[in-house]
Structure formats: C-alpha cells, structure tokens
Design a protein around this ligand. Sequence first.
Ligand SMILES: Nc1ncnc2c1ncn2[C@@H]1O[C@H](COP(=O)(O)OP(=O)(O)O)[C@@H](O)[C@H]1O
Ligand SMILES: [Mg+2]
Length: 256
Amino acid sequence: MKQKKLLYTGKAKSVYHTDVKGTLIVEFRDDITAFDGGKKDTLMNKGGYNAGVSAFFFSCLEENGVKTHFLEMLDEKRMVVRELSMIPLEVIVRNFAAGSIVRNYPFKEGSPLKPPVIVIDYKDDSRHDPMLNDDLIIALRLVTPPELKRIKTIALRVNALLSGLLAKEGITLVDFKLEFGRQGKTIYLGDEISMDSMRLWDKKTGESLDKDVYRFNKGDVMATYQVVAARITKKQKSGAAKKAVAAPKNSKKRAR
Ligand SMILES: Nc1ncnc2c1ncn2[C@@H]1O[C@H](COP(=O)(O)OP(=O)(O)O)[C@@H](O)[C@H]1O
Ligand SMILES: [Mg+2]
C-alpha cells in the first residue's frame, strides 16, 4: 500500500489517499489541542499511543460485531481505514457527569448517569460544535430516522463493550466521543477511540488518565498516555482482550 496525496489535515490527524480504492491512511500526529484549539502543543509519541489504543479498540469492537473503518496498521502512527463519507456528528456517550455537562447543567461532578446519556453535537468548529437534538438532526438531513436509531444503538453497544474492557484494567469509562461515516449505505464507526476522545478515571485513585491531564495541567501528559496505552493494550497478544470483551453480558453493572 502506498501513501498518496494529503486529503485533509485536522487538529490531531492527517488523512491521505492511497493506491487502493476505497481506503485511506490516517496518520495520528503528535499534535494535541484543547478548548476549541485555544491550547495547542506537540508532544513526542502522543500519536503512536493514540493510534495503538484506537487500533486495539477497533479490533475488539470488530470481534464483537461492530463495523469499524479500521483495516490495519502500517506502522505505529499510520492506520489504513475504509474511506468513509463522514457524518458531521459527534456522538458522545456519558456514564458519569463530567466536563461540559457539569458546566451547563446541574449535575454533580462524578455522579452516575443511569442509563447512560447520549449527547449529539454538530461537528463544525466554526460554530463551536453546537448540541443537536433528534428533530434538528433530521431537519438538517444529516441522517435518516432509522440511521439515527442505528447510530445510537451502536454507540450504546460500544459503551457496553469498552466499559467492560476498561473495567478489567481498573479504569472507569466516564464518557467518550464517536464519529460515524458511510461507505455506500453501510454505516461504519470511524475516526479514533483514544485518550483524546475518552474521559478515563483510575478506579482506585480517581486520577484522570486522558486529555484532561493536558487540558487542566494535571501532570505529565505523555507519561500518563504511555502508561494508559500500555495498560489498555498489553493483554492484546495473550488473547485476554477477547475474553474481556466477551465477558460483560451485564455490562452496565460491570462498567461502574
Ligand atoms: N474513515 C474515514 N474516512 C474519511 N474521513 C475520516 C475517516 N475517519 C476519520 N475521518 C475524518 O478525518 C479527520 C481526522 O482528523 P482530526 O485531526 O481528528 O480532524 P478534526 O480536527 O476535524 O477533528 C476528521 O475530520 C474525521 O472526521
Ligand atoms: Mg478530531
């Protein structure tokens, strides 16, 4: 597979054409941003940690019947994916109140959200990703009503699988963001599932294990990403990941 022309460069990843039809290469760069791009840095190896964790989760999800764009890793930072026509939605699943939901609504930080809350934002930096509701999503013709239902079902399935997997490593999946896209009529999970797109808390210490360390200067960001990436992916080779994913029949309970 050959990397061809640059298609798009975003805040943290660059997307390239390839010589294979219907595929793209996503390069996870070492750039990190927060607060709508207001805070920016380049952190050595960050791209590799996020790429590794994303590849690991996409593989686990595929093994459990979730269709993702992930095809293979070319090297530590470059992922071959299905070329999708992206749907400009940020699908956020929240298991505990944290971040913007605490700033905007009277939730107490860390309070459990049972059942999980799905929030969908319009992915548009120039508009600061405003929150949508079902009627707006349909009126904007971003997806059809059955597609919206399907996207929510997939998001909750991903939540159950990832919560179970992370719980086995002593990590609480507080919330995370997904992006979806279409290839033909099929909807695939795209983009990334990484420390930049999830909010993770250590079950024992309550410590942040994600981009909040960068946002709020909570410590050594790269040391955190390195340890979390190793903690999440280390069991991949032993096959334990498969077991961990298969286990949570009652994942809502296990996840918390
Ligand atoms: N499989 C895919 N096909 C096409 N585009 C994708 C795919 N997966 C992710 N993307 C898009 O590629 C971009 C990734 O780069 P990123 O730095 O995250 O950009 P952004 O700043 O727009 O969030 C995103 O806009 C994302 O929607
Ligand atoms: Mg992005």
